[in-house]
Ligand binder design. Structure first.
Ligand SMILES: [Zn+2]
Length: 222
């Protein structure tokens, strides 16, 4: 049987899959980028330079940098789009030790996704997985130890801002969390179902405009 070849990791900077202009901020351990597949203009990702499977495996002393970049994203959203309520989420599909996506054969590389809008993922996820409140991202390794998870920080349908981790209650749910793709679910929740897959909706016009807006935003601080 032919062995399926593992795909190159998009988020490992050494692979140079991302164009230089997509890297918006370059920190000591982490970077901020504007990926293709803009669900809405402003979809941003914070990621480590090289492959770490999930944010729950991030070294403890990297979190201050992560918070700093989140703060920059928050100010950018507010000043550029007038948005004060963003959604942050991470699919910790590699949290249980899995290294690659079973279907797509791409490596799991930790990335925190940022969206300049409210998406009530809490309602969807709480129907399927066990919800655990979390105060700080560095607690992921304690609250979701050795298992796949989803981290969500956003308002729920009652307007309450919540930071929660969703973990599997059974082995079947664990396998499901390792495979689930949230992007099509988010695209449906925001009534833009065709944007759930970057191949069918690359969002290149939004990407171009986002890069331009972030460049203008950065110039104000230089
Ligand atoms: Zn990688």
């Amino acid at each position: 049987m032919p062995k399926t070849i593992q795909k190159q990791c998009v988020y490992c900077l050494s692979n140079k899959v991302l164009n230089d202009n997509q890297i918006l901020l370059h920190g000591q351990h982490l970077y901020l980028c504007a990926p293709r597949g803009q669900l809405v203009e402003g979809y941003l990702v914070i990621s480590p330079f090289s492959c770490i499977g999930s944010l729950s495996a991030l070294p403890a002393d990297w979190f201050p940098e992560l918070y700093l970049i989140i703060k920059v994203v928050s100010v950018f959203y507010q000043e550029t789009y007038g948005v004060t309520n963003m959604t942050l989420y991470e699919q910790g599909r590699g949290g249980g030790g899995a290294r690659i996506d079973a279907a797509g054969r791409f490596p799991f590389h930790a990335h925190l996704c940022c969206l300049p809008l409210i998406v009530d993922l809490h309602s969807f996820l709480s129907q399927h997985y066990t919800r655990k409140p979390i105060a700080r991202l560095e607690d992921l390794s304690i609250i979701a130890p050795g298992c796949p998870y989803v981290y969500i920080e956003s308002q729920d349908k009652t307007g309450v801002h919540k930071s929660c981790v969703y973990v599997p209650a059974t082995e079947i749910k664990s396998v499901e969390l390792e495979r689930i793709r949230l992007k099509p679910i988010i695209a449906s929740l925001i009534d833009l179902p065709m944007r759930g897959n970057w191949r069918t909706y690359p969002g290149d016009n939004e990407l171009k405009h986002l890069i331009k807006c972030f460049d203008l935003f950065k110039r104000r601080f230089q």
